[in-house]
Design a protein. Structure first.
Length: 151
């Protein structure tokens, strides 16, 4: 399983996602441009010493990601989705796609997803932090797989 970060805005969230990926044995695709300078020093500060344990692949654009890296099903986490994540059956080659913190993903990216998943929230609540949302859904997927990368 992989995480795909679409044009992330906030380096601290990206660092938290890299740490999540390291802890669960997930790969990460970062789709540029980012809303910050994505370099090893900044990511090391945000992701601590965990980032050395993550397969990070950088892609210059959405189009480059689609051509080169996309494998398996693409699952968009979205507040606009109707399918609850906890009723979804995950597969090991799925990729969880996370939108920009400020604006999500544009329509053409939304339309490219194979499935769109939502985390149910209390009425009146807009959304969770992107790293928290990824952790919730990735944990459910890993639970379904029996936590295969955990020793």
């Amino acid at each position: 399983m992989r995480l795909a970060l679409f044009e992330p805005d906030i380096p601290q969230n990206t660092g938290a996602l890299l740490r999540l990926a390291a802890c669960f044995g997930l790969g990460v695709d970062v789709i540029f441009p980012c809303g910050f300078i994505f370099d090893d020093a900044r990511m090391r500060r945000a992701g601590m010493d965990y980032i050395d344990r993550v397969d990070i692949r950088r892609h210059t654009s959405w189009e480059a990601y689609q051509k080169i890296a996309r494998k398996g099903r693409l699952l968009l986490l979205s507040t606009k989705a109707a399918e609850p994540y906890h009723r979804f059956v995950f597969q090991p080659d799925d990729t969880l796609l996370l939108g920009r913190e400020s604006s999500g993903v544009p329509d053409h990216v939304h339309d490219a997803a194979d499935h769109r998943l939502v985390i149910p929230l209390q009425a009146g609540m807009r959304s969770l932090n992107v790293a928290m949302a990824a952790a919730i859904v990735a944990a459910e997927a890993q639970r379904q797989f029996g936590f295969p990368n955990i020793s």
